[in-house]
Design a protein around this ligand. Structure first.
Ligand code: DAH
Length: 339
């Protein structure tokens, strides 16, 4: 019996030494110490022993039971702590790892330049007016001295919605709307989107931005036009910039002109950006045509005015040396992140 007991102890200890994490301690306990366990079975057979043997075997059996209980407790602690350890390892946060970058929004370069342009004119006392992008043919053409069949209509590839309705091809209709609702003195700019059915390439987009300007009062002359626009160009592109005016033609101004500025890249030397000219075309302008004033019930014998229109995309491209207008509309982060 003593041998048997020793054998049980040895077997049980061997089983408990097992280093596997999923070792089932409870079934080992039942196997040896449970009601039908091996050790219990032996103890039950004690009554068959002789008087002398009983206390000796009894003590041995009890010692083995205690040793087994301790070993079981130890093994179950061991398993628990190794479980905890591996759980903590799995949960560890590596604080040296780079975080997930959140992209922060920013203002589009078009919006930034437009903001600069507005600020320059507002500081000169201009108000900001808005007009609809879906515009009556009357405001987009007719009232601006561009009747049906006028060749100027052919130059602006118009999206027609129906015979009377277009997507505005220019911001000039806002001039008319402003003069209709407001008596002189008028001093306004009107930025916004315009549409033309051009095929897309490096310099054409079916949608782009313009900014219109209009000043109407008594005694306005071409000198006012020049002074205003030269100041704008210098504030926009720096004091070193020179401007010049070339005669041009627009149906709604007489006389009309285009204003060029010295190339901001080469300062007039001639380079790739200005195509060797030293000058870059900045905007169209002129003295408001008397017929346009009359169309808005403003007497051209009393009032005169000047107007101008410029492409905002063009200003952005000139300012930053961008050679493809498509950059403005393709939302490419590699482009936008540079601003
Ligand atoms: N609307 C013209 C265009 O789209 C630009 C323009 C030129 C506007 C002369 C004006 C102006 O007000 O006076 O090409």
């Amino acid at each position: 019996m003593k041998k048997k007991l020793e054998q049980i102890k040895e077997n049980a200890f061997k089983e408990l030494q097992d280093k596997r994490k999923d070792l089932d301690i409870e079934s080992i306990r039942i196997k040896y110490l449970g009601k039908k366990g091996e050790l219990t079975h032996i103890l039950r057979g004690m009554k068959e022993l002789s008087k002398e043997e009983r206390p000796i075997i009894g003590k041995l059996a009890n010692d083995i039971r205690t040793a087994l209980e301790n070993a079981i407790e130890e093994a179950s602690q061991r398993i628990k702590s190794s479980e905890r350890e591996s759980r903590v390892k799995g949960e560890t946060i590596d604080i040296t790892m780079p975080g997930i970058k959140q992209n922060i929004g920013r203002r589009h370069p078009l919006e930034q330049v437009l903001e600069d342009m507005k600020e320059i004119f507002v500081s000169m006392g201009f108000t900001i007016e808005e007009g609809p992008e879906v515009e009556l043919d009357y405001y987009n053409f007719e009232a601006l001295n561009i009747p049906k069949n006028h060749p100027a209509r052919g130059e602006q590839d118009t999206f027609y919605i129906n015979d009377n309705l277009v997507l505005r091809t220019q911001t000039s209709p806002t001039q008319i709307r402003t003069m209709e609702k407001q008596k002189p003195p008028i001093k306004m700019i009107s930025p916004g989107k315009v549409y033309r059915s051009d095929s897309v390439d490096a310099t054409h987009s079916p949608i782009f931005y313009q900014m219109e300007g209009l000043v109407v009062d008594k005694g306005i002359t071409f000198a006012d036009l020049k002074g205003t626009l030269e100041l704008f160009a210098r504030k926009m592109f720096g004091d070193k910039m020179k401007t010049k005016f070339r005669p041009h033609h627009f149906p709604f101004t007489e006389p009309s002109a285009e204003m060029d500025a010295t190339c901001f890249v080469c300062n007039g030397e001639g380079c790739r950006v200005c195509k060797g000219e030293g000058w870059i075309e900045l905007l169209g302008c002129g003295m408001v045509h008397p017929q346009v004033l009359r169309n808005c019930n403003i007497d051209p014998e009393i009032y005169s005015g000047f107007a101008f229109g410029m492409g905002v995309d063009r200003m952005v491209m000139l300012k930053y040396g961008i050679d493809d207008i498509r950059n403005m509309y393709e939302s490419d982060m590699r482009f936008l992140n540079q601003f």
